[in-house]
Each structure stands twice: as structure tokens, then as C-alpha cells.
Design a protein around this ligand. Structure first.
Ligand code: APR
Ligand code: PHB
Length: 392
């Protein structure tokens, strides 16, 4: 088997890249280790930046998002028992974000890929990447008792944090930067109405809390928990009680509780691998970087890499120039590090740090007060939250 671009991983990064390349007439095959149902079973964040929405439209998969997604023009910061609105639209000259689950984005991309009849190999075992340093890279895997091989011009490593692509790079050619946070997020999904029209990010002495949503009838909430906590020991009732304690009196009063549909604990991590290109193999999305979810940047950053990478491939095939692929890593990393900075900033601002004797909490309160009372500070938060511009 032969293709132009072999894409490893059918998460949002791989699927979106495949769709954009297809639109540009570039052949691609996706090789994914899990089943389609497994990929769709993962519940993740749900905030989509304007530029990510534009890219989904460009890929021809934005229709349902515009129909079912909810446009948000602001967010609320809760601290000291009060909520303060950050008016994203006013502070950014009209920009907003879309509330639409990553699971739905993935589903739309999968459906479009199936409708276009594009090749995807699911449940591929022992996926390996070969010869990406030469001119004839290959991908191999096992399925149905046989070994398969795919020859290609390029490999796109869209295989997430635990993928095989980054792991196949010799250690002396890659540098990694990491921060692991001393807490996790316990999240629940429930068919209850959202607490407020907009997201509430709460800094509280007991720890961080976030009230989010998937629709007008489905809410998604999180509370900060110690990494040692087990999800089994959190009853739904205990979760709702803890969330209520971390909100302002009005939000606490209006909180509607109900049985959880999903409940899980996720650790928080910042991670970047440099560079993002190794010969004819390119990393994109979680394969190259992880952000803590506080800034809602994970999916958006994956889309941003894919935008740069798809344009670089189009330039290579259509304009016969390698300038785009040569510049991919530099361009992508410049935007990645800004999103890493913002996600780290939001995480540091809003969480309770276990080793803090009180000074850190006081600084957080001062910073939050400054943020909501200074136009310069709130503009900085808003422009990062809606997504920084691309370098073209
Ligand atoms: N071979 C083939 N596929 C693999 C391999 C492998 N060795 N290892 C992992 N994969 C697959 C995973 O099963 C998964 O479906 O690669 C896919 C990677 O998808 P994601 O983890 O969703 O990563 P990405 O597409 O970069 O999406 C980034 O997901 O985790 C969130 O916060 C993140 O929202 C961001 C988005
Ligand atoms: C979510 O809805 O899951 C969500 C929203 C905003 C975040 C993180 C997660 O910052």
C-alpha cells in the first residue's frame, strides 16, 4: 500500500489533518490503534476558538457545530464569594468561543471521513514508523493475523501523548519540557441545566472548581482533588456538595444536581517536545504537547498545529516548495509556547497549591482583583482565551 501522507492516530488532530489534505487533493491513510467506538468514548473539553471553528468549516465539518453549539461571549471568574464577568467580545473586538464537545467534533470528522470513503485502519496493533530520516518512510502494523505496510512521502504523528511517533525519535534529537501539577480534576457529566449562561472558573480556599456545559440541558463540572483520590470514593452527592461549597452563594443556590453520566479524575500536566519535525515525520497535537485543561487549549492547539501542517503539505505538493515544511516546527512551537504559558497561568491563578502557607493564595486574590479591575489585564486574559492570531 502507498499514500502521500500516512497519519498515525484518529483523534481530532489526525482526523482534521486527513480532511484538510483530502480537500486539497492529497492522499492520506489514517492508522489508529483503537476502535472508532473507543475513540468516541473519551470525554474531553468543549471550548472551540474562532480559528478552530474556521478550520472545521474549511474542512467541511462545521455544520452541526454551528447548529448545536452555543456561542459564548464571556466567562465568569469567581473569587472572594463573588462572580466577575470577563466580556470576551468587548475586550477582543468582537471575538467569542463556541461550546461544543470535543467528542462531537471527533464524531463529525469521522462521519465526514467515512462519507468521503477515505481509508482508516482501526484496531491496528504494534504500529511502527520506519525510515523517516530518509526519502521513503514506511509505517507497519498488525491486524487480522497479518503484518501490513504503508509506504508514504510523509508521516504525521497525531498519536497523542502516549503515541509511538515521538517515542521513535532517538533521545539525542529531542528535548522535552515538563511540569506536573500536584492535583487532578474530578469531572462529572450530568443531564442537569448549566449553573449559569456562561462558564464559571472559581478560585476557592477549598480548591478550584469549574462549571461548564455541553448544552442547555447537559452540564459538565469539575472540582480540584488530590492526586491520591480515587473516583470510586466520590459519590455523586459528595461531588455536588463539594462543588456547591466552592461557588458564590447565588450560583450555589441555583445549582441543580442529578445522577452523573460520566465521572473521572484526570491529572494536570504541561509538556512540550522540541522540535516537532524529524526528517519526514512531523508531530501534531498531544503527540508534541500537553496543556492543563484550565485554559481549554488542548483541542485548539492540536487544530493550530494541523492548520500549519496542512498548509505546509499543500505548498509542498502544489507549489513544489519545502519552505512550509521547513518552517513548520518553528511556527507551531511559537504558538504552542504561548498557549502553554496561558494554560500554566490560568492553572497557577485558580488552584490551591498544597505547599502554600497562605502567601500564594493572597497573591492569587490580588491577581484576580487586578484582572477584573484593569482593562489591560482583562484584555490580556480575553485575547488569550479566545485564541491568539496565527503567523501566516
Ligand atoms: N498507533 C496508532 N494510534 C495511536 C497510537 C499508536 N501507537 N498511540 C495512540 N494512538 C491514537 C490514540 O488511540 C488516539 O485515538 O492516537 C490518537 C490520539 O488522539 P488524542 O489523544 O485525542 O490526541 P490529538 O488528536 O492530538 O487531540 C488533542 O485531545 O487530549 C485531548 O487535550 C487534548 O483536546 C486535545 C486533543
Ligand atoms: C469542559 O467543558 O470540559 C471544559 C471547559 C473549559 C475548560 C476545561 C474544560 O477550561
Amino acid at each position: 500500500m502507498r499514500t502521500q501522507v500516512a497519519i498515525i492516530g484518529a483523534g481530532p488532530a489526525g482526523l482534521l489533518l486527513g480532511q484538510l489534505l483530502h480537500k486539497a487533493g492529497i492522499d492520506n491513510v489514517i492508522v489508529e490503534q483503537r476502535s472508532g467506538e473507543y475513540v468516541l468514548g473519551r470525554i474531553r473539553a468543549g471550548i472551540i476558538e474562532q480559528i478552530c471553528q474556521d478550520l472545521l468549516d474549511e474542512a467541511g465539518v462545521g455544520e452541526r457545530m454551528h447548529r448545536e453549539g452555543i456561542v459564548h461571549h464571556g466567562i465568569e471568574l469567581c473569587f472572594g464569594g463573588q462572580r466577575h464577568r470577563i466580556d470576551l467580545r468587548q475586550l477582543t473586538g468582537g471575538k467569542s468561543v463556541m461550546v461544543y464537545g470535543q467528542t462531537e467534533v471527533t464524531r463529525d470528522l469521522m462521519d465526514a471521513r467515512a462519507a468521503a470513503g477515505l481509508p482508516t485502519v482501526y484496531e491496528a496493533a504494534n504500529v511502527q514508523v520506519h525510515d523517516f530520516d530518509g526519502t521513503s518512510p514506511r509505517v507497519s502494523w498488525q491486524k487480522d493475523g497479518a503484518t501490513h505496510e504503508l509506504q508514504c512521502d510523509f508521516i504525521a504523528g497525531c498519536d497523542g501523548f502516549h503515541g509511538v511517533c515521538r517515542a521513535s525519535v532517538p533521545a539525542d534529537r529531542i528535548q522535552t519540557f515538563e511540569r506536573v501539577y500536584p492535583f487532578g480534576w474530578l469531572g462529572i457529566l450530568a443531564d442537569t441545566p448549566p449553573v449559569s449562561d456562561e462558564l464559571i472558573y472559581s478560585n476557592h480556599e477549598r480548591g478550584f472548581a469549574l462549571c461548564s456545559m455541553r448544552s442547555h440541558t447537559r452540564s459538565r463540572h469539575y472540582v480540584q482533588v488530590p492526586l491520591t483520590d480515587k473516583v470510586e470514593s466520590w459519590s455523586d452527592e459528595a461531588f455536588w456538595d463539594e462543588l456547591r461549597r466552592r461557588l458564590d452563594p447565588e450560583a450555589a443556590e441555583s445549582l441543580v444536581t442529578g445522577p452523573s453520566i460520566e465521572k473521572s479524575i484526570a491529572p494536570l500536566r504541561s509538556f512540550v517536545a522540541e522540535p516537532m519535525r524529524f526528517g519526514r515525520m512531523f508531530l501534531a497535537g498531544d503527540a508534541a504537547h500537553i496543556v492543563p485543561p484550565t485554559g481549554a487549549k488542548g483541542l485548539n492547539l492540536a487544530a493550530s498545529d494541523v492548520r500549519y501542517l496542512s498548509r505546509a503539505f499543500v505548498e509542498y505538493y502544489r507549489d513544489k516548495t519545502e519552505a512550509g515544511i521547513d518552517d513548520y516546527s518553528r511556527k507551531a512551537l511559537r504558538r504552542v509556547w504561548k498557549a502553554e504559558r496561558f494554560s500554566w497561568f490560568m492553572t497557577s491563578l485558580l488552584h490551591k497549591f498544597p505547599d502554600d502557607a497562605g502567601f500564594g493564595f493572597k497573591i492569587q486574590q490580588a491577581e484576580l482583583d487586578y484582572l477584573v479591575s484593569s482593562a489591560a489585564a482583562s484584555t490580556s486574559l480575553a485575547e488569550n482565551y479566545v485564541g491568539l492570531p496565527f503567523e501566516d
